[in-house]
Ligand binder design. Sequence first.
Ligand SMILES: C[S@@+](CC[C@H](N)C(=O)[O-])C[C@H]1O[C@@H](n2cnc3c(N)ncnc32)[C@H](O)[C@@H]1O
Length: 401
Amino acid sequence: MSKSRCLDEVTGHWRDIAASCLTANASEIAEAMPMFTTLSMAVGRPGDLSIAQWAHLYALILQYRPDVIVELGRGYGNSTCVFALAAQKLINTRVLSFCLSDDWEQRTVPAIKDLVDDCFFENLQINNGDFTTVSFNELVKPGQRVLLFWDAHGYQVAEFVLSNVMPVFADNEHLIVMHDITDNRYCGMSKSYGDKPFWSSMDEYYRRGTNFYNISWLTGVVDQAIPVLDFCFRNDITLHSADKDVQEQIDPVTRAKLAEQLPPEIFPQLYHWAYFTLNEATGPYHFPPSVQLATVEPTEVQVLAIHEQPAISSKRSSTATLLEGNSAQTNQTMPAASAIWSQKISEAPSVSSVQEALPASDTISAVTRDLNRDCNSSGSPSLLTRMRIAAKFLLNRYPEQ
Ligand SMILES: C[S@@+](CC[C@H](N)C(=O)[O-])C[C@H]1O[C@@H](n2cnc3c(N)ncnc32)[C@H](O)[C@@H]1O
């Protein structure tokens, strides 16, 4: 049986899966809408995944019916909730979720646990840490259909996915769904640069507010678009636009019917993802040389750089200003903060005691106050982790103060 026939059997017309999943699962979406809204509010991070994207991803999973969903980048866990809900419905689908952050356990689970059935968590495997330290060979068995949701960004992640993960998936049915890529043919993208420089990297976008890139139909800021376009060319496959499927593959009558069935915040909308699969080609496939698995945990400063810097920078605080310009530095292992301060900070039981554990310095206390305010919130334990990370970073950067 050819790979594309397998896909046809599953999806009907797999190339348009981003459209067909909506038309085929409109009543399932409508039924699950109250749950999407409740959980999205409880997660409290709608900017990471809009409610339209909750619905669309849910429909996609119901349509594609993967045996395994691999989630790269959980954050607060909007997509994790969608996958858990869909897996509950499909019964035999397992969700393997990877992230550096522990926000899921620290803040999301406490916020949602009374809102979901116990079996919500049953098919979910939460992995904390850097997934580039993980060998994917064991994760997927021959014959299993796998959907990879790619929502962790940057060239290093792209290299790992294309070099180490794709060869493992190549002989299985698989679909790679890349979040945060929009189709500039439908989003009314202005052609003017305005007063912003052109895009050069995701880091630069966060550091000094560049434009988005526009490469063919793709617009966004995430670096992996470029290596993925290159990978698709080399393997004679297409990087598909979910937004194009939805805009162009649903006929006017069906479109009108969908608009009646679904609220306007769900349809019509833009869904901001792209997808590809090697199943589209017969091979031989081409992969970049596999990279050695990272053997060490990321430094705390790397965690801060990957996870917190974009969020902090977007608020333009003085913390952001201090962290700006340090991307190159933060990507390297920095010398440990002085052992004594470092230990004090690690043992500090609360945010305020982290501040107290720092040496008296106007700069440091202003910055930690800012960080505290920016990360906001309600005594979340992960705020303490962030404070510790930031405090050590600051000690390294300002040892003389
Ligand atoms: C945009 S957030 C994910 C949002 C999430 N999918 C949602 O819907 O709420 C990206 C996450 O990827 C994580 N990440 C980035 N690089 C990583 C890596 N190498 N290993 C594990 N997690 C990583 C970051 O810590 C961050 O929490």
